[in-house]
Design a protein around this ligand. Structure first.
Ligand SMILES: *[C@@H]1O[C@H](CO)[C@@H](O)[C@H](O)[C@H]1NC(C)=O
Ligand SMILES: [Cu+2]
Length: 239
């Protein structure tokens, strides 16, 4: 093992300890270039005070992590033109190294209904994978940044949806149940949409297994000949 590699590992280990309590929430939807208020359009999550992650991929919390059954009705519904850029702003920088994604689900009877999104209706519209090379090891998207943004596909049919932003933090993901899921679901009404057919669709819980290679992974000791990060969940629907 080279000196450079040793140094990298030590820094990584220290960072993991230092940021052990640096959890976060995704309370702010970004729409039309504006960061909206905390929980204005995002359903308030159970970790609004503790910032603690979800760690059980089989729990209902893996869907939207709502505080309680009133979270849906308490948040508004943001009008969002198809093809526009949206995103989430966490309450602090995204300290943890991880994988980011965004999913949508048609919302019936309305985006602010607690019964929206319960079925296998979720499709992935965006992801940002850790990048790997044998020279540099893994590098992580938006680590230490304050926002992540992406586009609502232009051909998304108009109508009400839940928009689920997620980071799977991988700093302690080397044992089952170690990966940390940070989640927020915004309530949106897509306007000026198209005639696309979003898919493939999945359910939450159901989309992930605790042993998926993108969830159970030791980012500090990748196997020899590692072929690169394998994202969990379905392929991205690009519209
Ligand atoms: C975003 O802009 C569109 C017009 O392009 C507007 O209809 C919509 O209300 C705006 N959404 C928000 C949440 O401000
Ligand atoms: Cu944390």
């Amino acid at each position: 093992m080279s000196f450079a590699r040793l140094t990298f590992l030590s820094v990584a280990a220290l960072t993991a300890v230092h940021t052990g309590l640096a959890h976060y929430t995704f309370p702010d939807l970004i729409v039309n270039g504006t960061v909206t208020s905390d929980w204005q359009y995002v359903r308030e999550t159970a970790n609004h005070y503790t910032n603690d992650p979800v760690t059980d991929v089989t729990s209902d919390a893996i869907r939207c992590y709502e505080l309680d059954s009133t979270s849906a009705g308490a948040a508004g519904i943001a009008t969002v033109p198809a093809g526009s850029t949206v995103g989430f702003q966490p309450n602090i920088d995204l300290y943890h190294p991880g994988y980011l994604s965004a999913y949508m689900s048609p919302a019936s009877p309305a985006a602010n209904s607690a019964s929206a999104g319960l079925d296998a209706t979720w499709f992935k519209i965006w992801e940002a994978n850790p990048q790997y090379s044998s020279e540099t090891g893994m590098t992580f998207p938006t680590q230490n940044e304050l926002q992540f943004t992406f586009t609502i596909p232009e051909s998304t049919p108009s109508g009400q949806y839940l928009l689920r932003g997620e980071q799977i933090a991988l700093h302690v993901a080397s044992s089952v149940g170690g990966a940390q899921f940070y989640i927020g679901c915004a309530q949106i009404n897509v306007v000026n949409g198209g005639d696309g057919t979003p898919g493939p669709t999945v359910a939450f819980p159901g989309a992930y297994s605790a042993t998926d290679p993108g969830i159970l992974i030791n980012i500090y000791a990748l196997p020899a000949g590692y072929a690169g990060y394998q994202a969990p969940g379905p392929a991205v629907w690009s519209g």
